[in-house]
Design a protein around this ligand. Structure first.
Ligand code: TXE
Length: 499
């Protein structure tokens, strides 16, 4: 069956609770908009706290009463691999719906979003199979670390990489035996719903995974404040992250916050120029700049500032913007017209703050059905001071600012001179300098002569306003479990060799 035919079954989306697809209890719905045309593609439930109550109750029962609590690590790892395979077997449907929800090019969902979601499940199947725990012998006793699930966990995810980021949380949470109440962004509900169907079909017991759709302030808030949810893993904006933390902290819930970024991309004169240009284009405009790791502040050493500026402006103007479903498209729509207006507002602010728009900054004239789409020409702005609002605040769109610098110290002062601390890129062929600069940057992650090159075992997370905690490999398995120490008294010299 063609993807377009399969899609029809996924226009009216429902919650997934206790193994069943159900509407919100009060029947209310929200429209699901295709951002490239601003047309209604379907509906989702506008769930409320009563829907969360049923979801949490189902997750608690599954945790304590059903077969899930008796599954082995290997059985859970097998289920993760089955989920990965099922996503792969429905690859095109996942990719199409991800592009329809987000407006991002189908070429991108096929190359990044869906393959990475599959990798996330396969990776954590292996991670949990091979995970190890501690043993601490004493002269008269020994200690062993025993891990148990945290319990019912709340997973709240954003609209920029919907399945990629949801799977990044679901996989380790299931691996460690938790049960889940998940809420995707109301702007990008489809692939999460497909995932619920896959999780059910591969045999994860009912009640282990719940999906509740709706507005953040209504159903997201209800998840965070529910007393029987023991941990919250949240990815989204810093403003919302503060609200989530304020709600969760008094209840002593475990909390993982992956928030916004205003990432420096530092180009030294001794870089490999062509690679730095190529890497900067990726770091600037991938997913229309809607990746928390995008390098939106481009710091270029003065000797090469003019040549570098000319090179990236030329490449930016050549980017193919258009129909997300066209395989040639490199730049799709932003996630919504509202978000487009927010991003465009920052371009206007940049002009007020003395910036010089070198290219882009405008909504392009789009043909036919795309006339009302949330498109914005990729934008490069120069001439702003590092302290102005445009350069301090996260824009989260296809907008970068250029900043010349002379010395390493000046580059580091500009790079670290924001409240965010998520990621950075450094382009230089002097590896001594690369290591020194990387050590001095106040970010959770640094890429040298590359960008978004990911080993899923490494710690992933931000400093300062970019979040709290780390995800990735053993860090995720640790977050989604409670380590307990058992000490067994054995009497003196219990483990000495000989009499
Ligand atoms: O994030 P939100 P959005 C940044 C970026 C973007 C801004 C807002 O700056 O412009 O965040 O994007 C749910 N209690 N990033 O709107 O609002 C909400 O429904 C509980 C960076 O996507 O933070 C959604 O499911 N939940 C980020 C999720 O939180 C609440 C990626 C994220 O929504 C809630 C995306 C509440 N009170 C945006 N309010 C990154 N670091 O990757 C909302 N939500």
């Amino acid at each position: 069956m063609e993807v377009e035919e399969q899609v029809l079954a996924w226009n009216t989306l429902q919650n997934f609770i206790n193994g069943q697809f159900v509407p919100a209890k009060d029947g209310e719905t929200l429209d699901n908009i295709y951002p490239a045309t601003s047309q209604v593609a379907g509906t989702i439930p506008r769930s409320k706290s009563q829907d969360v109550e049923v979801a949490v109750s189902s997750a608690k029962d599954a945790l304590h009463l059903g077969p899930w609590g008796k599954t082995s690590v290997n059985e859970r790892a097998d289920l993760l691999e089955a989920i990965a395979q099922e996503i792969e077997d429905n690859f095109e449907l996942f990719a199409y719906l991800e592009s329809r929800d987000t407006g991002k090019p189908l070429s991108l969902t096929r190359r990044v979003d869906i393959p990475r979601a599959i990798s996330n499940f396969r990776f954590f199947a292996g991670a949990v199979r091979h995970s190890r725990d501690d043993f601490h012998p004493m002269s008269d006793a020994f200690n062993y670390t025993l891990r148990r699930p945290v319990g019912v966990v709340g997973l709240i995810t954003p609209w920029n990489l919907p399945l990629y980021l949801l799977s990044w949380k679901v996989a380790p949470a299931l691996a460690m035996g938790n049960t889940i109440v998940a809420k995707p962004s109301e702007l990008t509900p489809s692939t999460a719903t497909l995932l619920a169907d896959v999780i059910s079909r591969v045999g994860v017991p009912q009640g282990v995974f719940q999906l509740v759709h709706g507005l953040g302030a209504e159903v997201g808030q209800a998840i965070v404040e529910h007393p029987d949810i023991s941990a919250i893993s949240f990815t989204g904006g810093t403003v919302t992250g503060k609200r989530v933390a304020a709600t969760a902290a008094p209840q002593f819930k475990k909390l993982s916050l992956e928030l916004g970024g205003k990432n420096p991309n530092i180009i030294f004169a001794d870089c490999d120029f062509e690679k730095a240009v190529e890497g900067t284009m990726r770091a600037s405009f991938t997913n229309q700049g809607q990746v928390c790791l995008c390098g939106s502040r481009v710091l270029v050493q003065r000797e090469i500032f003019d040549a570098f500026t000319e090179a990236i402006v030329e490449k930016t103007k050549a980017l193919v913007l258009g129909d997300p479903m066209d395989p040639q498209t490199e730049v799709g729509a932003l996630v919504s017209v509202d978000h487009l207006e927010k991003v465009k507002g920052y371009v206007e602010l940049a002009k007020e703050e003395g910036g010089d728009v070198l290219c882009g900054g405008e909504r392009p004239e789009m043909p036919g059905v795309f006339a009302d789409g949330a498109f914005l020409l990729p934008t490069i702005i120069s001439g702003l001071t590092p302290q102005c609002r445009t350069v301090q605040e996260e824009i989260f769109g296809p907008v970068i600012t250029l900043h010349p610098f002379d010395t390493v110290e000046e580059a580091l002062e500009i790079a670290n001179g924001v409240r965010y601390g998520l990621a950075a890129s450094v382009w230089t062929q002097d590896l001594q300098k690369a290591h020194r600069v990387s050590a001095a940057l106040e970010t959770g992650m640094v890429w040298v002569n590359t960008w978004l090159h990911r080993d899923l075992r490494v710690p992933f997370g931000g400093l300062k306003d970019s979040g709290v905690g780390r995800e990735g490999g053993a860090y995720s398995l640790s977050f989604f479990s409670e380590a307990r120490n058992i000490c067994i008294h054995m009497g003196e010299h219990w483990n000495n060799i000989g009499s």
